[in-house]
Design a protein around this ligand. Sequence first.
Ligand code: ADP
Ligand code: ADP
Length: 220
Amino acid sequence: ETTIEVAGLRKRYGPTLALDGMTFTVTPGRVTGFVGPNGAGKSTTMRVVLGLDAADEGTALVGGRPYRSLRDPLRHVGALLDAGALQPSRTGRHHLLWLAHSQGLGARRVDEVIDLVGLGSAARRRAGGYSLGMRQRLGIAAALLGDPPMLMLDEPFNGLDPEGMVWIRGLLGSLAAEGRAVLVSSHLMSELEDTAGHVVVVGRGRVVADAAVADLIAGA
Ligand code: ADP
Ligand code: ADP
């Protein structure tokens, strides 16, 4: 079972209620959009699913299990969270080799994902010189390393030029068509309406709509 399920997540940061009963399921075979304004709780939800942050209440399961209990997590769930944390003097390929090595994957897989995301010769240049779009591609390459059946990408459209937007929409569609469960966040519905078959709309830490894109647009 390759679903991502969150149920009744509550999370407080001091006075801020970041998650207030967040509940939804990401099913395989389609792109699920995760849409809402900045501060709605999208990143916090993803961090809780990945075990990077603890919820005060509720459950988060990937393939029916808590992320922390997975033996080879990159082979189950790939994630793009924050394209910021790179060591500037290392090449993109070096970053991927390091990550691959930590998961028992080899250089061949690294070169496959470099091709898949179109990093090209930039993979052998220092990451410190990368544009935001290049950092996004590198982050997506990292998410795909373990060929995981579940993916969570936080704002992958940020920093992409129009050509990059077309590219990532195609990539997301084909990853879902291969039977993966794909959750993609954006603060703009317009970035997702052509790609996501389904959207979970959130505000103030909870789900306000969970529907097929066609139904949401018809009902708007
Ligand atoms: P989104 O990803 O939808 O923009 P976030 O999950 O980043 O929303 O944030 C939800 C709320 O939680 C916001 O009010 C944000 O300021 C707050 N928040 C998120 N992370 C932290 C943190 N580490 N410390 C304090 N407040 C946080
Ligand atoms: P060297 O360049 O000497 O081969 P390594 O690649 O082995 O160094 O990395 C040394 C340490 O730096 C690692 O143990 C790891 O903690 C950290 N590191 C290297 N690359 C990354 C990365 N992409 N993400 C997080 N930490 C990294």
